[in-house]
Design a protein around this ligand. Structure first.
Ligand code: 0XW
Ligand code: MG
Length: 367
């Protein structure tokens, strides 16, 4: 089997709540969908949707430029030999894991279809009947924390991620954490996510002021080294997210005893191939992880669903499914959060059949 066509589609994913960054406010995010066609007629789909251009060192235009660089090397390759595909991509491009992820996901989709199995079957099998999802409690006044947690609890969620750190109002961060701590119930999980925002002096003051509350602290500071320094001075269990970019850093963080968990985004770590490696190391080491992505639509949700249900319950923390919080669907039968849980369908591959009237014509085609 050989790839004989690569189509690249561009979509805008409207957001329920705008995302505000220093350079601009985003009402929608720029999404890239990849379609691989083979000489057997089998087709595979992948997707990557970076958040803006300053959240991480990845951005939408970079996705499509990276794919253009790699396309000549991909035509003629066997998509079912996924490690070989990744070798090929690395021969044609250094870095650009987020763009490579979309191609990798599409190759797993084809492989599942070629063998008549859902992707989860190929990466370990069904280890969970369904996967617990979680919402973000976005930044805002203290009063909104309780209302949002009650709203999401009513929608079936039991794992909550509280956003903090937007600005230098430490008192507001402490008050929001305290309020969330008052609202959390037995059997529920509270994660406080700084999204890299705090300086170490701020993180120390806030985490020492709240060490009587039961929560995980996620990515308090920008760099791995700053998070490691904080880890060694506070009591809250640590989750590393944005700084955890690849398996080499994961092994270093294990050796440093720097974390209890990883906030893992599929398209940050190289797609299903990359996340499977990180998942298996976390499982072997007794660590936990989320199965997330930056943003995306139905294909991203499906890739997360297959990874999540094939992750052991002892390793799996939760999954953030952005289609639950945005307005773009191109396959109403694709995996979606229901009553706080995400599941796959039993179709071969990812089980997503995009509506071409939504995707429109490809932006680029490579043959
Ligand atoms: C909550 N998320 C998974 C969704 C957004 O991509 C941000 C991310 C996070 O945890 O930082
Ligand atoms: Mg995070």
């Amino acid at each position: 089997m050989k790839i004989n066509r690569l189509d690249v589609f561009q979509l805008d994913i409207p957001l329920e709540k705008p995302k505000r960054y220093p350079n601009k406010t985003y009402e929608a995010l720029d999404d890239t969908v990849v379609r691989l066609e083979t000489d057997t007629g089998l087709v595979g789909w992948g997707e990557v949707c970076p958040i803006a251009s300053t959240y991480q060192p990845e951005h939408a235009l970079g996705v499509r430029a990276a794919i253009e660089e790699m396309a000549p090397g991909l035509i003629g390759q066997d998509p079912t030999q996924t490690d070989c595909i990744n070798d090929t991509m690395n021969k044609w491009l250094m870095g650009g894991e987020y763009a490579k992820s979309a191609i990798d996901i599409a190759c797993w989709d084809i492989t599942g279809k070629a063998y008549g199995k859902p992707v989860y079957h190929l990466i370990g099998g069904r280890r969970q009947d369904k996967a617990r999802a979680y919402p973000e409690i976005e930044m805002g006044p203290v009063e909104t924390v309780q209302a949002r947690m009650e709203q999401y609890r009513g929608e079936g969620f039991t794992h909550f991620q509280l956003k903090v750190g937007r600005g230098s109002n430490l008192e507001l961060d402490i008050a929001r954490i305290r309020k969330a701590g008052e609202c959390i119930r037995p059997g529920e999980t509270l994660v406080v996510d700084g999204n890299k925002a705090w300086k170490t002096h701020q993180a120390l003051r806030i985490l020492r002021a709240t060490e009587d509350i039961d929560f995980y602290i996620e990515q308090p500071c920008l760099t791995y080294e700053e998070c490691l320094a904080i880890r060694r001075q506070v009591r809250q269990p640590m989750i590393l997210d944005e700084c955890m970019t690849d398996i080499k850093l994961l092994l270093r963080a294990l050796a440093d005893n720097c974390f209890e968990g990883i906030g893992c985004k599929i398209t940050r770590v190289g797609g299903i191939t990359g996340m499977r490696l990180i998942r298996d190391v976390c499982t072997a080491a007794g660590k936990i992880m989320t199965v997330d992505d930056a943003w995306g639509a139905d294909l991203s949700a499906a890739a997360q669903a297959h990874m999540a249900v094939s992750t052991s319950e002892s390793t799996f923390a939760a999954t953030y499914v952005s289609t639950y919080f945005s307005k773009l669907r191109y396959d109403e039968d694709a995996p979606m959060v229901v009553d706080g849980f995400l599941n796959t369908n039993e179709k071969a591959g990812l089980g997503v059949d995009p509506d071409m009237t939504v995707l429109g014509e490809p932006l680029h085609t490579y043959t």
